[in-house]
Every structure is written in structure tokens, then in C-alpha cells.
Design a protein around this ligand. Structure first.
Ligand SMILES: Nc1ncnc2c1ncn2[C@@H]1O[C@H](COP(=O)(O)OP(=O)(O)OP(=O)(O)O)[C@@H](O)[C@H]1O
Length: 620
């Protein structure tokens, strides 16, 4: 194959520019990225080799080598992993920018990349970190049954591909270090960097040095393993420091912060496995960027990495949890597809789920401040479980925090505390969903409950309106949205008035669009009118949000409830009784409806009509 020069994709070029120019102070991460790629490559070939020994080509003494050449000013990282074919090299290291790259670039500016070096690793761009320290990078690689190929680039617009001499499967990456990166030729620097980032890696990372025998003057190659290679999750808890847990968490999550909680345990009994899980404190960058609804834990079987793609290891609503599960009960010599079907995975999932929920419950009890931060970041995801995990619904609900009419703005409460405070004789947990506290705390829907001294939870997370109704009840207490369906009415009180209002109500129903029923209510104290949706309908503010997002929302049919004690309602009814044809009756009736629409959080369909009506009344 003749030498061929190819151009990087535009995004990749921008990315390289960013990496080389903004990450100066965290350059050492390049070594972690390259070692981690080598480790992945070994995992891949080892796994494939379980079912196809041929691919191993007799080389399964897994190792990652690091060699520095002071004279040539090169640092070489090599592995006997899966290697890459020519096409794979082009795809992985060149023309096809990873799907997240664009999003990464867009966010990188805001995210202060210089202070968050972990961000690099999150979008499959880890390899390019090499260009922080090297002005020329050469990759020589060979996959099983393929010719060896050489990739070379200066990280500026293009790369070249050519044939290479390499007999064995694997990849060798040579960095021609920049003048100011010569420190990475230093044995001590390399060793301490590897120890810091990769000590727990499962495969040996070996430093190769040459020493001259003083007597014979013969150069001798010395191999020295740098990492202790102890899979951290297999070690006893008592021996692991917080720093070690933290480093490992950062390694698997690409988060820059330490985790909020670490869960490390051995499950024994019906199924045996070891789990090391982390609950992040803040939303990691990748989570903000993509909406992958699946959870990804790293699954190992007998210390062999299998996959992080299994979506039945952890329910999607716990996808913020990062970690490792290692089971010796699962079969090793089967394909991923067959393993994915193994019923043991369901058992593991149940166990992990219960453990995580327990940990969160404990965190809420013992470290409420930390829990609040967690809640702020992840409750919207956690709440999905109300819809998908019926078995654990109540446990999830126990973890949720809400604003409340009984608390000041910003201060939250939970269902359990609400139930404790419930007024005597109160059967239902009352709530109102809305866009924000300010828009609902003076809502007409709350008037009756305020007057009766009943607390109403104020739910201002957009997902609440979708998932809270799915909960139906909490510890035997029904949940009730105060803006939907009927509420307890003082029927006796309304009896007389209903007779009196009968004609007007029929008229209003005929007149108003989108109103399926008009009735009198005792739920209002100061307000004249309110719109009430069906028990399981979407709240108007959610419909508005969906419309803004370009989604079609079916026309809403609500019930208009009128306060017969209100002066305006009384006035319109009296006008109607005096002269049904008086145009003022229609104008005022429509205005009652208009104000109910506004108070419900919906948008007026005819704002100009509203303004005209208002002016007509004001000018009167
Ligand atoms: N030593 C290697 N052996 C085989 N393939 C490799 C090696 N290094 C990189 N690759 C391939 O190149 C791809 C791109 O590597 P890069 O480090 O940029 O991203 P990544 O490893 O996919 O993502 P991340 O860094 O977030 O783990 C890898 O997915 C892998 O397929």
C-alpha cells in the first residue's frame, strides 16, 4: 500500500486544537488515556478469544509496555490487545468523528475544559490527548488476520497511512514528545503517573528500561511492573482508602469530583457477586450531554471484563450510578447475547437496586445536606422509577423531596413528613404541579385547602406531572392533584345556588369553547372561577411546554368551576336573569373563563379577544 494522506473531519480538527491549546496544566492525563485504551484492547481480544482461540495467536500473556527513549525523545506505549485493521484505524483515529464530538465542542467552551481534564475522556476522544505532549504521533497496529498498518499525524489537519512491519497482533503508539514535555521521558514521572491513574488496572503495566552491565558493557532490557494490578473491587473494604476509591471512580466515570457515596459489598447466598458502585454528587458532563436512558455498569465475570452495555444489570432510573459488578456464578464461555439473557442478571439487578435505594435512604437520614445535592441533580431521573419499577415505587417515593405550602420557598419536605403533618380526617396527599413556586403558590386551586389548614405539596419539576399520578398512593394515602378531578364539596351549601344558577350555567356551557361542563364549586374563596382537568389529564403548563417543543397536544376539554359567592359571578348571573340577551352577559362570562385559563397556567388562545373584552368592561 502506498502512503496515503487523509484529512481529519472538521470537528476533529477543532477538537485537536482545543486539546492542545487548553489543557496544558493537565497534560499527564494523556498517559492514562493511552493505557486505558490498551487495557480495553486487551479486554476485547481476551473476550473474543474465549470463543475463538485462534484470534489469540498464542499470545495471551497480557501486558501493556511503556518505553522511553531519551535520545530519540519518544515515549512508546504498546499492547498485545486486539489491534486494528486499516479500516478500523481510519474509523477510530481519523475521519469519523465520534458522535459526541460536536456536542462536546459546543459545551467545552462553557465547561472550562482547562480545569476539567476528565471531560476529554467522555466523548471517545481520549487518544487525541497524546497531542498535548507530542508533536508527532505514530500508531503501528495489527489485528488478527490483517496486515499491519501505520498511522501518523502531527495533529494538525491530516494523517498518513502506510504499510508497517509488525508480526504480532497489538498496537504500538509512539509519541514524539514536544520540547517542553521531556519530563515524560523520566522514569520516575512515568511510574508515579501510572501509579496515580492506573494502579488498579487489571493488566500489568510494565516499564521497559535498558541498563548497561558495567563489566561487560552489554545493554540489558529490564521489565518492571508498575501497577499493583489489584482489581479494587476484589480487595477488602478495610484496606481501601478514600483516595483509591476516588481515583477508581474518576477512572470509570470521567467525573472530576469525588462520589457522594461508595457502595462496596459482596453478595452471598443464592447468587454471589462483588459490587463496587458509586453515586455521583453532581451530574457528570456526559449525562448532561446525552439522554441515554440506560444504565451502564461494567460487568466482569471471574475478573474478565465482559461489557458495559448490558441494560438489564441496573434499571434505567438508576443510570447515574457508576461501577463494577464481578460475578463468578455467570458463565464465561458464552457470547454476550446469551449472557445477556441469563436469569442471574435479573437477580443481580434486584439486589443492586435494593442496595442502592437503601443507601440513598440512609443518606437522606444521615447526611441530609449531601442528599439534597444528590436530589437536586438526579431526582428527575430517579422519578422515572415510579413509572417503571412498581416493586420499588414506594421506596423511590420515600426519597423524593418537594416544595410545600407548609414550607418557605426553597425548603423541601417529603411524603413521610407530609403524612405526619396531615390534618385530622384528611385522607389524601394533596399536590399541585406547576412551572415554578411563584406561579402556583397563590393559585385559586389552593384557596380551599389554605382555608381548611391543609398542606399541599407544590411540584415544580416538569416530570412530576407525568410520574406522580402513577404513584396513585403512598403508604395507603391516595394522591390527589388539586387541579384535577372533583374535590370534596359542600354539596348542601351548593344545593340552593345550583337551582338559582341553572339557566346561566346552561348558557355559559353553550357559549364557551373547550369547556365540557360548567358547575358551581366551594373550592374557591377569593377567586371567581377556575378550570379543572380530568383526574389523569396533563396539567396545562406541561401542555404549554410540549407545544413549545413543537409537539402536538390534543385540544383540552376542562370543567369551568364558578364561585357562587363571588361578586362578579353573582353579578353576571343576575344580569343573565334580568336580560339573557344583554351582550354584557357574554362578555363577562368569557372574561370569567379567560381568567380561569390564565390562572391554570395555560395560554389564552385569543389574547386579542381578551384585551378587547377587558377594555369593553373597563370603558363601561
Ligand atoms: N491501543 C489500542 N488498541 C486497539 N484499538 C484502539 C487502541 N487505542 C484506541 N483504539 C481504538 O480507537 C478508538 C478511539 O479511541 P479514543 O481513546 O479516542 O476513544 P475511546 O477509547 O473510544 O473513548 P474513551 O477514551 O472515552 O474511553 C477506541 O474506541 C478504539 O476502538
Amino acid at each position: 500500500m502506498a502512503e496515503e494522506t487523509m484529512q481529519f473531519k472538521t470537528e476533529l480538527e477543532q477538537l485537536l486544537h482545543l486539546i492542545t491549546h487548553s489543557l496544558y496544566s493537565h497534560r499527564e492525563v494523556f498517559l492514562r488515556e493511552l493505557i486505558s485504551n490498551a487495557c480495553d484492547a486487551i479486554d476485547k481480544v481476551r473476550f473474543e478469544g474465549l470463543n475463538n482461540e485462534e484470534i489469540l495467536e498464542g499470545h495471551s500473556d497480557w501486558k501493556i509496555f511503556i518505553k522511553a527513549d531519551e535520545e530519540a525523545k519518544t515515549l512508546t506505549i504498546s499492547d498485545n490487545g486486539i489491534g486494528m485493521s486499516r479500516d478500523q484505524v481510519i474509523e477510530n483515529l481519523g475521519t469519523i468523528a465520534h458522535s459526541g464530538t460536536k456536542a462536546f465542542l459546543a459545551k467545552a467552551k462553557e465547561a472550562d475544559l482547562a480545569n476539567n481534564p476528565e471531560l476529554i475522556g467522555q466523548f471517545g476522544v481520549g487518544f487525541y490527548a497524546s497531542f498535548m505532549v507530542a508533536d508527532d504521533v505514530t500508531v503501528v497496529t495489527k489485528a488478527h488476520g490483517e496486515d499491519a498498518v501505520k498511522w501518523e499525524s502531527k495533529g494538525t489537519g491530516s494523517f498518513t497511512l502506510s504499510d508497517a512491519d509488525k508480526a504480532d497482533r497489538g498496537t504500538e503508539i509512539t509519541l514524539h514528545l514536544k520540547e517542553d514535555a521531556a519530563e515524560y521521558l523520566n522514569e520516575w514521572t512515568i511510574k508515579s503517573t501510572v501509579k496515580k491513574f492506573s494502579d488498579f488496572l487489571e493488566h500489568p503495566v510494565v516499564m521497559c528500561t535498558t541498563k548497561k552491565d558495567e563489566e561487560t558493557e552489554v545493554e540489558e532490557e529490564i521489565e518492571e511492573q508498575i501497577n499493583t494490578q489489584k482489581a479494587i473491587w476484589l480487595r477488602p473494604k478495610s484496606e481501601i482508602t478514600d483516595e483509591e476509591y476516588g481515583e477508581f471512580y474518576k477512572h470509570i466515570s470521567h467525573d472530576t469530583n469525588s462520589p457522594a457515596e461508595t457502595i462496596h459489598y459482596n453478595a452471598e447466598g443464592a447468587i454471589e457477586f462483588k459490587a463496587l458502585l458509586f453515586i455521583p454528587e453532581h451530574k457528570p458532563f456526559d449525562m448532561m450531554m446525552n439522554n441515554d436512558p440506560k444504565a451502564h455498569l461494567n460487568l466482569y465475570v471471574q475478573r474478565v471484563f465482559i461489557s458495559n452495555e448490558f441494560d438489564n444489570l441496573l434499571p434505567g432510573y438508576l443510570r447515574f450510578v457508576k461501577g463494577v459488578v464481578d460475578s463468578s456464578d455467570l458463565p464465561l464461555n458464552v457470547s454476550r447475547e446469551i449472557l445477556q439473557e441469563n436469569p442471574m442478571l435479573d437477580k443481580i439487578r434486584k439486589n443492586l437496586t435494593s442496595r442502592i435505594l437503601k443507601t440513598l435512604a440512609n443518606m437522606k437520614k444521615t447526611d441530609y445536606e449531601e442528599f439534597q445535592i444528590f436530589h437536586e441533580n438526579f431526582s428527575a431521573i430517579l422519578k422515572e422509577g415510579l413509572q417503571t419499577d412498581w416493586e420499588n415505587k414506594e421506596k423511590i417515593a420515600e426519597l423524593l423531596l418537594f416544595e410545600s405550602t407548609a414550607k418557605d420557598a426553597g425548603e423541601k419536605t417529603c411524603f413521610d413528613d407530609y403524612v405526619e403533618r396531615m390534618a385530622e380526617g384528611q385522607e389524601e396527599i394533596l399536590y399541585l404541579a406547576g412551572e415554578n413556586r411563584a406561579s402556583i403558590e397563590n393559585s385559586p386551586y389552593l384557596e380551599k385547602f389554605k382555608a381548611d389548614g391543609k398542606e399541599v405539596l407544590l411540584m415544580i419539576d416538569p416530570i412530576d406531572d407525568f410520574v406522580i399520578p402513577q404513584l396513585f398512593e403512598f403508604k395507603g394515602k391516595k394522591l390527589k392533584a388539586v387541579n384535577k378531578g372533583d374535590i370534596e364539596e359542600d354539596k348542601e351549601k351548593l344545593k340552593e345556588e345550583e337551582k338559582q344558577f341553572e339557566g346561566f350555567i346552561g348558557f355559559a356551557k353553550e357559549l364557551l369553547d373547550g369547556v365540557k361542563e360548567v358547575k358551581l364549586t366551594t373550592r374557591l374563596k377569593d377567586s371567581a372561577a377556575v378550570l379543572v382537568g380530568d383526574e389523569y389529564s396533563m396539567s396545562p403548563h406541561i401542555e404549554e411546554m410540549m407545544r413549545r417543543m413543537g409537539q402536538e397536544v390534543p385540544p383540552r376539554e376542562s370543567v369551568l368551576e364558578l364561585n357562587p359567592e363571588h361578586a362578579v359571578v353573582k353579578k353576571v348571573q343576575a344580569l343573565y336573569d334580568t336580560d339573557q340577551k344583554d351582550p354584557k352577559v357574554a362578555t363577562l362570562t368569557k372574561l370569567l373563563h379567560d381568567q380561569a385559563v390564565i390562572a391554570s397556567g395555560a395560554k389564552l388562545t385569543d389574547p386579542a379577544g381578551f384585551a378587547a373584552r377587558l377594555n369593553e368592561v373597563l370603558a363601561d
